[in-house]
Design a protein around this ligand. Structure first.
Ligand SMILES: [Mn+2]
Length: 317
């Protein structure tokens, strides 16, 4: 099935705790060009203005740092993505940090408000924090909660400022729809670095996480079949690929929060290829490449590009 692919570039790194994820999309472009690919010139491209200059100022929102700028970026991204999807487009999204994914998912839901949206979240992290639970205040640890409209007050350990709370409410309500996704419709893959409030939330809602050992034991194909089975009631599937889902000792440390013992690139590639082939899949996003942190020159971006090249081929079939 041929799709109307559309590239989005969203270089926001306002949600990350280390600097450099805004250079991730460009690092992937460099990898593509060194691979003699003209992919980035072959499709329509929408680039969303980032507000990364906010990083040069103090933030008045300690429990959700720079959430004001993040809201502005995600709100616009959601509108642009919604417009492309409404016209039948398939967004291939290259973003800075993972907070952007909440805007992408919002845009998909805005385009199809009556459809049930499933999420495959391939990541080392659960990204299930909220301003009420976060130890760091970094919003890239919160996008799944944003789209679930989840505060996790059961595990509250912070008292967010009124301003933080106000923007958190706005973030959850982008497009005037909340929640965008049900807890049962989020499937995690490779999540292995979580905090207690996230663990408790996952347990409370019996959210499934395919840990690396389970993926290796069952094989990618069977895990994929199970994921589809679990998302059987969903009309559409969004796929979020955080490169830190992969093993940092195997690939590189070119990502903001590298974690050992992750997926091998070949496993990730196989899973993304299968998901790209599925007709319910409506968007794939790639996040958290950080070339500033890469001890092997541009290895993380090259690995991400190799995986992208492969699933893009499936999308074009
Ligand atoms: Mn993430």
């Amino acid at each position: 099935m041929s799709r109307d692919n559309h590239i989005f570039i969203i270089k926001s790194e306002l949600g990350a705790g280390t600097r450099g994820a805004s250079m991730g999309p460009d690092a992937i472009k460099v990898a593509a060009r060194n691979d003699q690919s003209q992919f980035f010139g072959s499709l329509p491209v929408t680039e969303i203005n980032d507000m990364n200059d906010l990083l040069d100022e103090d933030t008045p929102y300690p429990q959700a740092k720079r959430i004001d700028g993040i809201f502005d970026v995600l709100d616009i991204a959601a509108q642009e993505i919604s417009e492309v999807v409404s016209q039948g487009g398939f967004p291939i999204v290259f973003s800075g940090d993972h907070s952007v994914a909440a805007g992408t998912i919002s845009g998909l839901k805005m385009a199809h408000p009556s459809k049930r949206l499933g999420v495959v979240w391939i990541d080392a992290h659960g990204d299930l924090h909220t301003p009420y639970t976060t130890p760091s205040g970094n919003v890239h640890g919160m996008p799944v909660s944003v789209v679930l409209a989840e505060d996790n007050l059961e595990c509250q350990r912070n008292q967010p400022t009124e301003g933080s709370k106000e923007y958190w409410e706005k973030l959850k309500n982008i497009g005037g729809i909340q929640p965008k996704v049900l807890h049962s419709d989020v499937i995690f893959v490779s999540v292995r670095d979580t905090e207690k409030p996230e663990d408790e939330l996952m347990a409370r809602h019996q959210m499934k996480n395919y840990q690396v050992a389970e993926v290796r034991e069952k094989g990618v194909r069977r895990v994929y079949d199970e994921i589809l089975d679990r998302l059987n009631d969903c009309d559409l599937i969004y796929v979020s690929f955080d490169v830190d889902s992969m093993d940092c000792d195997v690939v590189s440390h070119g990502t903001g929060t590298p974690v050992k013992d992750g997926l091998f690139p070949e496993e990730t590639k196989e899973l993304l290829n299968l998901l790209a082939k599925n007709e319910k899949t409506c968007c794939i996003e790639v996040v958290e490449v950080n070339p500033c942190l890469d001890e092997k020159t541009n290895k993380m971006a090259e690995t991400a590009w190799d995986i992208c090249k492969s699933f893009i081929k499936e999308l074009e079939n």
